[in-house]
Unconditional design. Structure first.
Ligand code: DGI
Ligand code: FE
Ligand code: FE
Ligand code: FE
Length: 187
């Protein structure tokens, strides 16, 4: 899929503020791709598509998961975790995206997972640090982002888990797998 088609497709699907977030994630992804020597076009396509299903009503996401054989256990976790796997499935099956690295970056952008690829890490990080965000501890992550990709991703995983635990939220195993994997690397 070419980038302009992807932009048109997501623009039609997202509210304006979410579309603008998407463009900022694409811009940050491009910068990180240059720093880490990753194919810019791949990272940008993943970024443009990553939140495609974000504004779907939760009932629509739920039906999509059930009707298309996505992991049922997703439904035991927060609705926020549904849009990545649904988007990845949809682009693979309805739009002919074949690059598994791009699809995995979309699929796992919310939780992360163990052994993430460079493309996956860049999207995971860019989604967190794009200039429209304001999380506690964000400055530290931004500073680390162009120096040490895995350390920056470790901060994202750690901050996200700490934030979720403070809210007494359930946490998906992939979020812990990502955290553990990055922790082993930075030690
Ligand atoms: O779609 P975005 O807002 O750009 O960002 P996202 O898809 O990375 O994250 C959406 C939300 O999901 C964010 O508030 C953090 C939350 N989240 C990430 N991992 C988990 C999680 N929520 C729960 N309950 N469990 C998780 O493991
Ligand atoms: Fe998202
Ligand atoms: Fe994210
Ligand atoms: Fe996002």
């Amino acid at each position: 899929m070419d980038l302009n088609k992807a932009i048109d497709l997501v623009k039609a699907e997202l509210v304006q503020s979410r579309f603008e977030h998407t463009l900022r994630v694409a811009e940050v992804s491009k910068e990180l791709a240059v720093v880490y020597g990753v194919a810019v076009d791949k990272v940008q396509l993943a970024a443009i598509l990553h939140d495609y299903a974000k504004n779907w009503p939760s009932e629509k996401l739920k039906s999509y998961i059930l009707d298309n054989g996505l992991p049922r256990e997703l439904l035991d976790f927060d609705k926020e975790l549904w849009h990545g796997p649904v988007g990845a499935h949809l682009f693979e099956n309805q739009y002919g995206v074949v690059d598994q690295d791009i699809l995995n970056a979309i699929r796992f952008h919310t939780t992360g997972r163990a052994e993430m690829s460079l493309v996956e890490m860049i999207l995971y990080l860019a989604d967190y640090i794009e200039p429209g965000r304001s999380f506690p501890g964000l400055q530290e992550v931004r500073q680390a982002s162009e120096k040490n990709l895995k350390y920056a991703c470790w901060l994202v995983a750690r901050n996200t888990i700490m934030y979720l635990m403070k809210k007494n939220a359930t946490i998906h195993p992939d979020s812990f797998y990502a955290y553990n994997d990055f922790t082993r690397y930075i030690k």
